[in-house]
Design a protein around this ligand. Structure first.
Ligand code: GLP
Length: 244
């Protein structure tokens, strides 16, 4: 779906999330949201905050799972995805703190495997993710599933691609300060979501969007795996869609 600009697109995505939350509320059920970081979803979160503050949308029945976190990473570091999510969304809404799940960048390496399995299990015990937000990295990664990721991969520790670290270097004051690893939900984890919404804005995403949507399905560009799912929607602005 191509929108004139990212503002209109983001309001639409926020409304979809709000509708899921309200439908679940009406039935006394919990809404399970899969959330992403990066510049791409910022306006969706801004609109959700507005809906909370101005239209009384409550997040009390919401449980969230973030896609990924750098490793190692302290939660209170300015570049952590915990800090990002607090600043852009969680500090401004009424989601119960115990309902927020973000991969833990402070774990010792030998605890990671069991932690990742428990992260997956927690999602499935709740009946799965109702709606999963995704951005796309210039390597074609979703979450931090870099080139080489398998379509059935689960939540795990991964090594970041050089281009991904270069793209993150501004946040860290130089590529050498960007962690070399990350924890990420797998492609298989993402695929289990009932609805998947990949958003991309601006000209600089046009090339990778074209490859993801029209290219041959390959582990070289993990976002091409999304072609295999019927629950995926690409939400683009005209610039990101300009090479389609
Ligand atoms: C990071 C995140 C991804 C995100 C990507 C794109 O690598 N782990 O989840 O999709 O960046 O970032 P941006 O939205 O800033 O372009």
């Amino acid at each position: 779906k191509v929108y004139a600009n990212q503002d209109e697109a983001s309001v639409d995505v926020a409304n979809r999330i709000a509708n899921i939350i309200k439908e679940k509320q009406a039935k006394g059920e919990t809404a399970v949201l899969g959330l992403a970081t990066g510049a791409t979803p910022v306006k969706v979160y801004k609109e959700l905050v507005r809906l909370h503050k101005e239209e009384g949308l409550s997040f009390k029945n919401v449980i969230t799972f973030n896609l990924d976190e750098y490793y190692p990473m302290k939660p209170d570091a300015p570049q952590s995805y915990v800090t990002f999510m607090n600043k852009n969304l969680f500090d401004h809404i009424d989601v119960p703190k115990e309902n927020i799940n973000i991969p833990d960048g402070t774990l010792p390496e030998d605890a990671i495997h069991a932690y990742c399995e428990a992260y997956e299990q927690k999602i499935s015990n709740l009946g799965g993710i109702d709606i999963q937000l995704l951005g796309i990295g210039r390597t074609g990664h979703i979450g931090f599933n870099e080139p080489g990721s398998a379509p059935n991969s689960g939540t795990r520790l991964v090594v970041l691609d050089d281009l991904t670290r270069r793209d993150a270097s501004r946040d860290f004051g130089g590529k050498e300060n960007v962690p070399t690893k990350a924890l990420t939900m797998g492609v298989g984890t993402i695929f289990k979501a009932k609805e998947i919404v990949l958003m991309a804005w601006n000209e600089k995403k046009a090339e990778i969007v074209k490859k993801a949507v029209e290219g041959e399905i390959s582990s070289d560009i993990p976002a091409t795996y999304l072609q295999l799912s019927s629950s995926v929607e690409f939400i683009l602005d005209t610039d990101a869609a300009s090479q389609l």
